[in-house]
Every structure is written in structure tokens, then in C-alpha cells.
Design a protein around this ligand. Sequence first.
Ligand code: ZN
Length: 432
Amino acid sequence: MIQRLLHFLDASPVNFLAVRNIAHELEAHGFRRIDAASPLGHVSAGDRFFVTKNDSSIYAFRIGRKPLADQGFHMICAHSDSPTFRIKPNAEMTGEGGIVRLNTEVYGGPILSTWMDRPLTIAGRVITRGADALSPVTHLIHIRRPLMQISNLAIHFNRQVNDGVKLNRQKDMLPILGFVNDELERGNMLINLIVEELNRTATVTRDDIIDFDLYLADTTPACTFGAHNELISSGRLDDLSMCYAGLEALTAAHDSDTTQVLAIFDNEETGSQTKQGAGSPFLSYLLQRIALAQSGTAEAYYQAVERAFMISADNAHAFHPNYAEKYDPTNHPMLGGGPVIKFNAAQKYASDAVTAAVFAELCRKAGVPCQRFVNHSEVAGGSTLGNILASSIPLRGVDMGNAILAMHSCRETGSVADHEYCVKVFTTFYNE
Ligand code: ZN
């Protein structure tokens, strides 16, 4: 099971690729792709289908034996995006001796220093000319070789480097792409690489390319480590590990009375307020269309929402033995200790005693341990999907996630056992 997760992480360097890979796996398990622009048509018990938005969010459904209005739905949500660097337009900066750097912009909140001195590549989507101006063509791209590196300044130029360095996002974080070989390459190095890559599967010329959404990605494969191989080292565990646990559960679950929903949103790392983010009404529209198709009334949707339950799955902070003082004295989840329920008195998390009790009971039923997380009272902490979604769909739900170290590092640390626990409890939830 863990090998499948590692493979998914390696094949999913950015949101677009993650969504494509999730879609492929859903199709392999009999889920049908539907187009949100076409009528939904008849919806029957056992139907399996999915919809994507912006190529970067995806919503999968297995329709229950009973209508949404009678039985509600069981939903797991997670997010497809992770902190990275977006390549700016007109990105090439050719300097002394023909050395080329790429101009980048930070996406989300990465730990900047962890992106330095490691081989990187590019991944994302490239847009070419289509039949008319409003119908451009999207090509996903992931160049699977080391292409660039953001190199540190040698310690000899900054003897205080180990006392902490403030990194400037515009000056310090520009990757080196190589050296111009001949004049024709000047200003064209990136576009040449893109064209070469696209031409492996399509016929594309430079003039066809209109724009792109491209990001930096680590090229070192995800792996397990530790004396017993009990830990995981990978980028994007937050939140692709939760996406994949949800996907494993949905494809393993069987038909039940309740409709099963997996919602993978984009743009959690930048606040979720996009058409493909958790702040969008898109998922609510889909659920309304399903409820209406089943029951013929708008009322059905409101009943469904009242009967539904949501697990908002986003990674939690594991206890770090080097920094014990940062953690709550009595609630600091351990790696390998099982899924973590997150609480916050200010309601940054959706969990309350009732919904936490539901999740804890699901864990008990699945034979999985369960932990609780609260911030140290002097630490602000982060936010996640649950409450943003609740503002468009007022769902009962719990915020949870597997505990990881070094959240938002280029290489986070997770636990093998926790992944297996999470798939178990998610599958139990869908089968309820
Ligand atoms: Zn997250």
C-alpha cells in the first residue's frame, strides 16, 4: 500500500498532475468522467462518476442506494495544492557569461531554505492555440529530469549563515537553469524545453504556445526511511497523502445506502477563495444537481446537507522531539500514533465534541488508534478546509489529518503506519 502512495507522490509534482492521476485511478475503478457543462441526466443507485474544475480540483461520487434527501452523504475532502514556486511570465534572466536564472514567485508558504541545493524540475500546464480564442488547448507537463537548482551562497561569504539567514524571495530564490550555448538560445531556453517535452506526445511549435502555469518541483523520489522503514520522506505529503488515502478508501469501499463523496479542492494554501477552491459554490451546485435529479425538488438538497457528515482531511503537526516547547503539554500527536482530530477554541477547525466523537467511533470500529491535537496556547497555528467549506455548505464535520513533521518543507516527514490507519478509517466511514 505504501508503494502506491510513493508512486502517486512522485507522479504528482503539482496540483494539475495530482488531479490527472486521481482521475485515471477513478476511471480504472469504473468511475465515469462527466462534464459539468452537460445535463447531469438520470442518477441511479450505484452510479460512479467524477467531475473536474480548472484541471486542478476533482469531485467523485458513488451514489447510494437511498437518495441524498433520505440518507445524506459521507464526504472526505482534501486539497491538491502544496507550497511551491510559480514561474513568472518572461522568466529568463540571462546574466554574466550566459548564465540563465528563472524569475519565480512564491506559491503558498514554503520553508524557503528547504528548496535550496537540490535538483528541481518544472511541472504544470501549457496552453496552446485552439479552434477559437475562447477554447485554448491544455497540455499537462512534467519534465522528469533535474533541470535546475537554487544554489546557496558559500559559507565563506557569510560566516553567520548558521545563525539564521533572512531569505529574500526575489533575490535568493531564483533557480539556475543553465548556460546559453548559442545566441539562438538566448531568451528561449525555457520555451525550447517545453516544446521538446510536449513533442514527445503531440505536435506543437513555439508559435502555438500562448501561456503556461508552471511550477518548480523536487526531482528526488519519495521514499521510506528509518530503522524499520517506518517513516516517509516526500514533498507534498500535505495534502496529497490525505488525497490519496481518500482515493484508496473510495475505490475500496462498496455500495452502501449513503452516497460517498471525495472532494479534492485546489488553492487551500492561498486561502481557498477561487472557483476551484473550498470557498467556491461548485461542489454545492453538484450536490444540488444530484439531489434534484433524484427527488425532483430543491428541498432534497437541504435535507441532504442536514443528514451529511464531512471529514476534512488535512495533515496535522506531529510532535518534534527537538522542539518540545512548541507543543501543547497534553495534546501533541506522535508519528505513527494514528489519525489526529484537530480542535481550536476559536473554531478555525470544524471539530467539536459531537463530530470528534463520530470520528473517534469510526476509528474504534476500524481498529485504528486516534489522537487529538490542540495548539500550544501561545502558538497561532494554521487553518484548513472544513470551516471555509462550511460557509458555502453548512455541514457537520470534523477536521483531522495524519501527523507529519516539517509541514511545508520541500521534504516533509510522515509515517507509514498512519497512512494505513487512515485508509482503514476512511473506508469504514464510506461503508457506514
Ligand atoms: Zn494542508
